[in-house]
Design a protein around this ligand. Sequence first.
Ligand SMILES: [Zn+2]
Length: 179
Amino acid sequence: MHDSTDNLDGDHMPHDDDPPRSDDGPRIDERFMSAALDLAQTAMDADEVPVGAVVVRGGRVIGRGFNQRQTLHDPTAHAEMLAITAAAESVGDWRLDDCTLYVTLEPCAMCAGAIVLARIRRLVYGATDPKAGACASLYTIPTDPRLNHQVQVTCGILEAPCSAILKEFFARQRALGKK
Ligand SMILES: [Zn+2]
């Protein structure tokens, strides 16, 4: 029996032009982004802007969140904030320095700030947000060297479905004359 790295599908073969890999690896990133997308769908089903987030530690989801701004009547009830609060509660510590946060949309200034404050090690997001994104689009809060903590950032994981669900939501809102 051979190890699966010997197989011929080429999937595991490294190429010179591959982007540098984090220890977590692109497949793991896709798996957890899928979990975040499921939460975005939960938000969609509740008529909320469909954004979902999970916090992962040691290969396990320890916090989940989806946008609940309307439901909770709370402007801070973004997916990332709820996932961070749940994760901190589950570990019993505000420091999440060995955690990765996966979110379907580029975090806003508030959430990017919370990610830095929680000392999250790594941020992975799907779609970019040119209108409010604070991780690359308008600001670069997680990687700002002036702050006392910097976050590794990976973007574009499952970008197409992360972006499609938002487009679908806003198209539906327009059709209903809500926006
Ligand atoms: Zn936010």
